[in-house]
Design a protein around this ligand. Structure first.
Ligand SMILES: [Zn+2]
Length: 315
């Protein structure tokens, strides 16, 4: 075991049992230290005094950081309890076993570890449930294209856009949450998971600002998709839709043990589907009326013109 008292970084490897200190998650294992923030500081308090071997620096670093960690996480929890989040611009992915919302864990800094959605709950079969982000997005894109069935303009139905008042409330919520974080973070800003939380809040606030300035369909890349549906987009590897685009169009994704189920706002039978389809039918009926009128005019003209000799008789 190695321990750096200044960074509080612990590297734990048990020679007798490689699973000690590790958490099995489906087919892979993770170090508990790095994936279980709630227990990290408490566990550290139990063992660090032994492994620091009399080095007093650890208690100084640990003392302030652990106190501030507890203070800021308690303040954020109290904020969340007092202020329900007014809206959500993320994909609604739910666990098919416990129905909990699955949180996205981005692993962009490490190419070898995929980003996953996880409910963070150990189920009655003793296992956790996680699904790779790329797999979910692939299924979502396929289901969306099936639901659209060539009617790509449906992705810009005004009903899909968040209400301006909700966006204002969401921006206020994010600003207040960032302020709560900043007021309590102190020495805990060295905590990687907490600083990731702040980065995420700031990114979400910036996204709301972009939506207010440019419109949600532009920011979600949906108007570009409608204008040039067949154009190769630079983000092709990420799929047909953007993260925000998926979140707007999808009602919920349910991850079962044996498959991913997607429900979109454009599914047959939804109120939006009926409204859009009725509009399309009305448009087609209008066009058919115009074509019918043209054919009738042509026929009338033909009938009213007296027959004459051919213009250029064939020889
Ligand atoms: Zn679950």
């Amino acid at each position: 075991m190695s321990f750096d008292p200044r960074t509080l970084k612990v590297d734990f490897r048990c020679r007798a049992n490689s699973m000690h200190g590790r958490l099995a998650w489906d087919d892979e294992t993770y170090e508990v230290w790095k994936h279980w923030d709630e227990v990290e500081y408490d566990t550290l308090a139990l063992i660090a005094s032994l492994i620091a071997e009399g080095d007093s620096r650890w208690s100084e670093v640990y003392g302030t950081r652990a106190d501030d960690w507890r203070s800021v996480t308690a303040a954020l929890r109290a904020f969340e309890e007092a202020n329900p989040q007014p809206m959500d611009l993320g994909l609604n992915v739910r666990c098919g076993l416990c129905d909990r919302r699955m949180a996205l864990h981005e692993r962009e800094s490490r190419a070898d570890v995929p980003s996953v959605y996880a409910c963070g709950h150990r189920h009655t079969d003793g296992r956790f449930r996680r699904e790779e982000k790329a797999d979910i997005h692939r299924v979502v894109d396929r289901v969306l294209l099936d639901a659209l069935n060539g009617r790509i303009s449906w992705v810009m139905a005004p009903e899909l856009a968040p209400a301006p008042a909700a966006l204002v409330a969401y921006a206020d919520y994010l600003t207040a949450k960032i302020a709560t974080y900043d007021a309590h973070i102190g020495a805990a800003k060295a905590d990687a998971a907490l600083s990731r939380q702040r980065t995420d809040l700031v990114a979400r606030l910036e996204q709301v600002g972009m939506i207010q300035e440019h419109g949600v369909f532009t920011v979600a890349g949906l108007d570009a998709l409608v204008r040039e549906p067949w154009r190769d987009r630079p983000t092709r590897d990420d799929g047909v839709f953007t993260d925000l685009g998926r979140a707007l169009l999808v009602d919920r994704v349910v991850c079962h043990r044996d498959g991913i189920e997607v429900f979109t706002h454009l599914d047959e039978g939804t109120a939006l589907y009926r409204r859009l389809y009725a509009d399309d039918l009305r448009k087609e009926i209008r066009v058919a009326h115009i074509q019918l009128k043209m054919l009738e005019d042509e026929l009338t003209e033909l009938e009213e013109t007296p027959a004459g000799p051919p213009d250029s008789p064939s020889s």
